[in-house]
Design a protein around this ligand. Structure first.
Ligand code: NOJ
Length: 539
């Protein structure tokens, strides 16, 4: 089956992290009714797709990426009726709902796992990956992505199960056709309800045929990842994804995979039209790696490279933020309004589909909590303990956490300047960033020069100008700290100029400017200002 889903090229996706978006019943946790309350806001912003991070029943060890029941809504988020209302209310506003599909693992509270753990010979025994130990220890030395061993012992079976993430997230056995059939049935259930797309979590890791090979380093030290060495992108995984692709494509469903990309060839397999896998891929880059590499050049080369690879078919997902990364304005900018707008310009003028993460449209920044106790994320807490064990002081460790923690993106949405930022009337599950008094939706809506209103302009610009969707991309050599590129479509040429520098520099534009399409502040002759962004029509 060949994909022909041109409609996906018109999407501007807004990612909602439900726990942190809007609390309607004042229990301190965001919920589905809260999302419905804010649909008018999202429609006004101009987006036409919402990706919901998981809302399924879950013990919330990894905030929903540990699913206990694929057919139920987590109580703290509401009911199935609320979800159906969300679907229909979103539809009225021409917004589609994209669900998160977590298929590599379930929660250890999932009924399948509870049954599988009981014995070696029941219906579910082969739903997960259990192995005998060696000399009373784990069968090999793999470390999990979140630290510690990737195996946990179960007494009833006298065996160890594999978990590439937390021990509460046992990996499913995709080589068992019954597992795959259960999963496909479940996907069809949500499509029948009216869900129009899926973001598919940690999808590169499905095939575990090499799980018994020993890793060269014990555990996950020194940045070593057994997932990368033995698992990501195996041929069999691609075959499983093609089975998923058959469902998505035959039912005209949008799909984006979170992919650990091993090579250019691997990337192509995930998204080239003829490979019948996903429509787009979100390349997985852990925050720590990203922060170490961070520079405009790194960004430029990454976008350039991805563009070249997919030039002959295949579509791109563009994003600067999500729930696993620090805030873009703090990571690539300097928390200023101008840097927020500059980054927005990059996101919306690259070829592909923009993914906006909640709060970036008002310039929400990293949080700098005073103590590790204020953090919630299990990965953050594990990393903090690892830093202390590596002889960092508490202060040094906290400093690194400020930069890298996933909770930077998870602090509650800042709706107004009332207590708890209008997110809730009670103390939320994660503290509000104290800068909500200044940075909040209410004040941005009223200010024509706000980041919000700039996002609104960019989204409408993309909607009304095919050059941004279909135009070619050509990067132009430019001075360090700047990114410059041309978009070309039919006779039209737009030049995009972006500065990642906190100072004004001499800068000459070697083209005849016909018109300023958008700028975050006025262009000065032969100068480029701090974090300046320009979209210029040229001759
Ligand atoms: C990727 C998700 O984005 C992340 O939040 C989660 O912890 C892991 N996959 C495990 O599901």
């Amino acid at each position: 089956m060949i994909k022909s889903k041109d409609w996906i090229k018109d999407l501007v996706v807004y990612q909602i992290y439900p726990r942190s978006f809007k609390d309607s019943n004042n229990d301190g946790i965001g919920d589905i009714k809260g999302i419905i309350e804010k649909l008018d806001y999202l429609e006004y912003l101009g987006i036409n797709a919402i990706w919901l991070s998981p809302i399924y029943k879950s013990p919330m060890i990894d905030n929903g990426y540990d699913i206990e029941d694929y057919y139920a809504i987590n109580e703290e988020f509401g009911t199935m009726e609320d979800f159906d209302n969300l679907l229909s209310e979103a539809k009225k506003r021409n917004i589609i709902i994209i669900m998160d599909l977590v298929l590599n693992h379930t929660s250890n509270k999932h009924q399948w796992f509870i049954e599988a753990s009981k014995s070696k010979n029941n219906k579910y025994s082969n739903y997960y990956i259990f192995k005998d130990g060696k000399n009373n220890k784990e069968p090999n030395n793999w470390g999990s992505t979140f630290g510690g061993s990737a195996r946990t012992y179960v007494k009833e079976r006298d065996q160890y199960y594999l978990h590439l993430f937390a021990k509460e997230q046992p990996d499913l056995n995709w080589s068992n056709v019954e597992v795959r059939e259960e999963i496909y049935k479940m996907i069809n259930f949500w499509i029948d309800k009216g869900v129009k797309g899926f973001r598919v979590d940690a999808i590169s890791y499905l095939d575990k045929t090499k799980e018994m090979l020993d890793a060269p380093y014990p555990l996950n030290n020194e940045g070593y990842s057994p997932c990368k060495a033995f698992i990501a992108g195996n041929e069999t995984t691609h075959n499983y994804i093609k089975e998923l692709g058959n469902i998505f494509n035959s039912r005209n469903i949008f799909s984006v995979g979170e992919c650990f990309i091993q090579s250019d060839e691997d990337f192509k397999k995930y998204v080239l039209t003829e490979s019948n896998e996903f429509d787009m891929a979100i390349p997985f880059i852990p925050p720590v790696v990203e922060i170490k590499n961070i520079s405009p050049n790194y960004l430029k080369n990454t976008f350039k490279h991805r563009y070249e690879i997919l030039k002959n078919g295949g579509w791109r997902a563009n994003f600067l933020s999500n729930h696993d990364k620090p805030r873009q304005i703090s990571l690539y900018g300097n928390d200023s309004i101008e840097s927020g707008k500059m980054l927005a310009t990059l996101l919306h003028t690259l070829p592909g589909t923009p993914f906006v993460y909640q709060g970036e449209e008002i310039g929400m920044t990293n949080v700098y909590y005073d103590s590790i106790d204020e953090y919630n994320d299990l990965d953050t807490k594990n990393y903090y303990s690892y830093l202390l064990k590596s002889n960092k002081s508490k202060e040094e460790a906290l400093k690194e956490i400020h930069l890298t923690s996933r909770d930077n993106a998870r602090s509650p949405m800042q709706w107004d300047n009332s207590e708890f930022s209008g997110f809730s009337k009670v103390k939320p599950w994660l503290n509000v960033n104290p800068n909500y008094l200044k940075i909040n939706v209410k004040s941005e809506l009223n200010n024509p020069n706000s980041i919000f209103n700039y996002y609104k302009k960019l989204i409408s610009l993309r909607k009304n100008n095919d050059i941004l969707k279909y135009g070619d991309l050509e990067f132009i050599d430019s001075s360090d700290g700047t990114i410059v590129y041309l978009r070309k479509y039919k006779e039209i040429k737009w030049l995009v100029v972006l500065s990642f520098l906190d100072k004004e520099i001499d800068f000459k534009i070697d083209y005849k400017i016909k018109k300023v399409i958008l700028e975050n502040y006025p262009l000065k002759e032969n100068k480029l200002g701090s974090y300046q962004a320009l979209i210029l029509e040229i001759e």
